[in-house]
Design a protein around this ligand. Structure first.
Ligand code: G6P
Length: 611
């Protein structure tokens, strides 16, 4: 959560800081601030509750400029989103710190620092960091040395950037559990918690590793590892188009990202399909040998990525017969798990930085899993770096907090995994792999067809604008699709939405059904359709309004209280991917009608790097 930007240059760096914060705002956006070292040799800051535009306006009014600075956009954990709690935090007016993550021992440090005469002006855990570093400066006058000593006393997760008025030619930074990247410009250098923040100023990046301390100067960068040894980290040239963080002609990032799905699904398939089979090598050089040995699969993820895992269980068990368990990472990480022999540990994550997922992977390592595999959208993320095998989704940066294209590309990647595992062990039904490879090739065009339903879905959205509760139903692999549809609706429209397996309706939720609660159903034509139809009758009989997404073969009809939305036909196995699209569009249009902040819904953040 939160975003960090820093810059040192021979020009005013405030536009770089503001531009970077805007690009990071999807991570947290309840307050923002920056601190710069001015031409008058003063450390000055501006902080504002609210979004980065508030900070930008304040900066414009104030006219603050400087050649060295750090900035932050916050998602509150400790202390409300007020000006006093916004970063940067100061110590004695000469030291400024911005921080992502959580300091778990902040209470004991705060108590101790108070005994040393430090006065606290915020409720944040971050403020202990700045005073602690300040305290260490007494014996370590060099700021990088003081930081090295201070971080040894911090427990928890942090990415921090620090500037010190007495050494105004450098930014120092430390990373542990929260990513930091250094950007290299021409005669100027930068720092951020995500390279996305710096894409307007450079395409050359150095990713800090766990425990690294860095010093960023005009003339270069020094890095020390966790043992204090000087180290070099690779500088990587990043090629992807900088336009990814712009909305283009779309009103919201979410809508843009929904419409990108045919293209990014296509990209996720590229170089991974042979004539009639999945290329196992796409999972890494050891994949082929490892996949032969897999007897069980444990999937761990959070949020939307967890829903992708739930769909994958139907595929893995249904197509390959390999047992599969799926669990949310925040539960898995604190549970004593019984590991099946020859189990593959699979994490799914858009960002690759979600704290619970990362912790689950780290905890799983000593438990005797065969290997770890991550399905992830960020090649440089911690999750990818710490996993044995990876299959990258090629969704490109996803800015809208509500995940869309990341989900469908995860599903594609998980189906590729299913097929690769099934073939390695000769467990697939004859001809199934060729059939599904063919179906996957057709998928981008079918996704386009589903997107063309936008106007129809927009009209249906009007049924929801005044409602307070909704139910989403599905059976089989459509049940997690219903869960994802419900999650999307609650995330961005703030309407209470619950998903149920349609067969469970009669065991409780039917009691809620009345004319005020729309019931959304995903009903592709499959062997469960007849059963699903009976469930729909149960809803109609209670006066419930049905919104049914189904293809022509389902032979369902529009009628009083039943709104049927025709879907393109699709291979049954791929139906969860296609049926996700109208549910995304539905939640989008409902949110627009309700006038909520679609891309940055209240209380949420894109990347949850705290527990
Ligand atoms: C946050 C986001 C969700 C996302 C979840 C997991 O809650 O708002 O959209 O699904 O984190 O994120 P990950 O990056 O691990 O997929």
């Amino acid at each position: 959560m939160c975003g960090i930007v820093g810059a040192i240059a021979e020009r005013n760096i405030t536009p770089i800081l503001i531009g970077g914060l805007k690009r990071l705002e999807y991570r947290g956006y309840d307050s923002a601030g920056l601190a710069v070292f001015t031409a008058d040799h003063e450390l000055m800051r501006i902080r504002r509750p609210g979004k980065v535009t508030e900070l930008e306006a304040a900066l414009r009014d104030d006219g603050l400029t400087g050649r060295l600075g750090i900035a932050h956009t916050r998602w509150a954990t400790h202390g409300a989103p007020t000006e006093a709690n916004a970063h940067p935090h100061f110590s004695h007016g000469e030291l400024a710190v911005v921080h992502n993550g959580i300091i778990e021992n902040h209470e004991s440090l705060r108590t101790w620092l108070k005994t040393q005469g430090y006065v606290f002006t915020s409720q944040t855990d971050t403020e202990v960091i700045v005073h602690l570093i300040h305290h260490k400066l007494k014996d370590n006058p060099n700021i990088a040395d003081a930081l090295k000593v201070a971080v040894k006393e911090l427990h928890g997760a942090y990415g921090v950037a620090v500037i010190y008025a007495r050494q105004p030619d450098r930014i120092v930074a430390a990373r542990s559990g929260s990513p930091l990247v250094i950007g290299f410009g021409l005669g100027e250098n930068y720092l951020a918690s995500d390279q996305l923040a710096l894409r307007q100023v450079t395409d050359r990046f150095m990713y800090l590793e766990e425990g690294d301390i860095a010093e960023v100067r005009l003339d270069g960068v020094s890095v020390w590892d966790v043992d204090g040894e000087t180290v070099t980290r690779d500088v990587i040239q990043y090629h992807e188009g900088a336009e990814a963080a712009d909305k283009g002609a779309f009103r919201h990032f979410m809508l843009k990202e929904i419409h990108e799905q045919p293209a990014v699904v296509q990209r996720t398939l590229e170089s991974r399909l042979g004539d009639a089979q999945v290329l196992v090598e796409a999972f890494g050089p050891q994949a082929e040998e490892l996949f032969k040995r897999v007897r069980n699969i444990q999937i761990v993820a959070c949020g939307t990525s967890y829903h992708a895992g739930l769909v994958a269980r139907y595929w893995l068990e249904g197509l390959t017969g390999i047992p599969c368990q799926v669990e949310v990472a925040s539960e898995f990480r604190y549970r004593r798990v019984a590991v099946q022999p020859d189990s593959l540990f699979v994490t799914i994550s858009q960002s690759g930085e979600t704290a619970d997922t990362l912790a689950a992977l780290r905890n799983a390592k000593p438990l005797g899993y065969l290997a770890s595999l991550s399905i992830c959208n960020v090649a440089t993320s911690s999750l990818v770096r710490e996993s044995d095998l990876t299959l990258l989704t090629q969704a490109g940066p996803e800015i809208g907090v509500a995940s869309t294209k990341a989900f469908t590309t995860q599903l594609v990647a998980l189906l590729l995994l299913t097929l690769a595992l099934g073939r390695s062990q000769n467990r697939l039904e004859e001809g199934m792999e060729a059939e599904l490879v063919e179906a996957l090739r057709r998928l981008p065009a079918q996704l386009d067809e589903a997107l063309a339903m936008d106007k129809v879905v927009e009209r249906i959205a009007e049924l929801f604008a005044e409602k307070h509760h909704t139910l989403f139903l599905g059976r089989g692999a459509q049940y997690p699709v219903a869960m994802e549809g419900a999650l999307k609706l609650k995330e961005i429209s703030y309407i209470h939405a619950e998903a149920y397996p349609a067969g469970e309706l009669k065991h409780g939720p039917l009691a809620l059904v009345d004319a005020d609660m729309p019931v959304v159903t995903v009903a592709p034509n499959n062997e469960l359709l007849e059963k699903l139809k009976s469930n729909l009758q149960e809803v109609r009989a209670r006066g419930g309004q049905l919104i049914v997404f189904a293809d022509a073969e389902a032979a369902l009809e529009n009628g009083e209280g039943t709104h049927l939305i025709g879907m393109p036909s699709v291979h049954d196995v791929l139906a969860p991917i296609l049926y996700t699209i109208p549910l995304q569009l539905l939640s989008y249009h409902v949110a627009v009608l309700k006038g909520t902040d679609v891309d940055q819904p209240r209380n949420l953040a894109k990347s949850v790097t705290v527990e």
